[in-house]
Design a protein around this ligand. Structure first.
Ligand SMILES: C[S@@+](CC[C@H](N)C(=O)[O-])C[C@H]1O[C@@H](n2cnc3c(N)ncnc32)[C@H](O)[C@@H]1O
Length: 263
């Protein structure tokens, strides 16, 4: 089901692939991505990975992959879907860049042990039916001393609360748990979200684990929502959303959980 969902439309495809030709569509998507998610640039520090063995899991439309490639990383990338791999191959070809791309599941990576200096994955492994397995695989393919940089969703986030209000409270089913809400209404079916404590435990086999959270454009409703949400309620919510209050008092409740680990 996860594969069907993302094969139907890649992440952000119908919202941001706008333009007359493929190159301008990729340029537009890239620009929007770092306007909306500038924290990626600081989190990853793309120039740092020049001439280093890097794997990206879940490349999607390939914007981050393009930045790794243009900064000279020795690059590998995979995604569960053919659609994402085709898009990313087309993107790199158009910009005369190189990577070793293939369709693969994070739960069963087709790479040898101990080969990457960085494994990067943004918003991917929480879709995987067995996140523990994906994390085990990340650990396996990293060199000793190698780093993992992973974004997964934080459970008690503003996005989560908004989805709960919409799909539990306003739908007359206030007994629905946050886990059920993420699983049914956040992107591909079965999506999960975690507390910081749970994330620390999940990555417990690494020698160092640093976790920070940040507010996203989704928490602040400053973008078009994901591919599943639109309508009058959302338009009203955008108008009355207390952004100043969220930034001041709930800045720890962003949906993005940025995890940096060392093997
Ligand atoms: C929300 S999108 C994120 C894509 C990209 N990282 C980005 O930030 O735009 C999730 C991506 O993860 C991929 N994906 C989901 N489960 C996966 C798995 N088990 N292994 C590899 N990729 C997976 C999907 O096909 C999709 O391209």
């Amino acid at each position: 089901m996860v594969k069907e969902f993302w094969n139907h439309s890649a992440c952000g495809e119908h919202l941001y692939m706008i333009g007359e030709d493929l190159k301008s569509q990729f340029n537009n998507q890239l620009e929007e991505r770092y306007r909306l998610e500038p924290m990626i640039l600081e989190f990853v520090d793309f120039p740092h990975w020049k001439q280093k063995q890097v794997l990206e899991i879940g490349v999607g439309l390939g914007a981050d992959h393009q930045l790794f490639a243009s900064n000279g990383a020795l690059l590998y990338g995979c995604d569960l879907t053919e659609r994402a791999i085709i898009y990313t191959k087309q993107r790199l070809e158009l910009f005369h860049l190189h990577s070793n791309l293939e369709v693969a599941d994070a739960n069963q990576l087709p790479y040898q042990n101990d080969i990457f200096e960085l494994v990067y994955s943004w918003g991917v492994i929480h879709h995987s039916p067995g996140i523990e397995l994906s994390i085990k695989e990340i650990h396996r393919v990293l060199k000793p001393g190698g780093m993992g940089k992973v974004m997964i969703y934080q459970k008690y986030s503003i996005v989560g609360f908004m989805l709960w209000i919409r799909y539990a409270l306003f739908s007359g089913r206030p007994w629905l748990s946050m886990n059920e809400i993420y699983s049914r209404h956040m992107e591909s079916p079965g999506t999960k979200a975690y507390t910081i404590k749970q994330a620390k435990k999940l990555f417990g086999n690494f020698s160092e684990v640093q976790i920070k959270t940040c507010l996203s454009h989704g928490d602040l409703l400053t973008s078009k929502a994901g591919q599943r949400h639109e309508g009058v309620l959302l338009s009203v919510a955008r108008m009355i959303h207390p952004r100043w209050f969220i930034k001041k008092c709930l800045s720890g409740n962003g949906i993005f959980m940025l995890i940096t680990v060392k093997k």
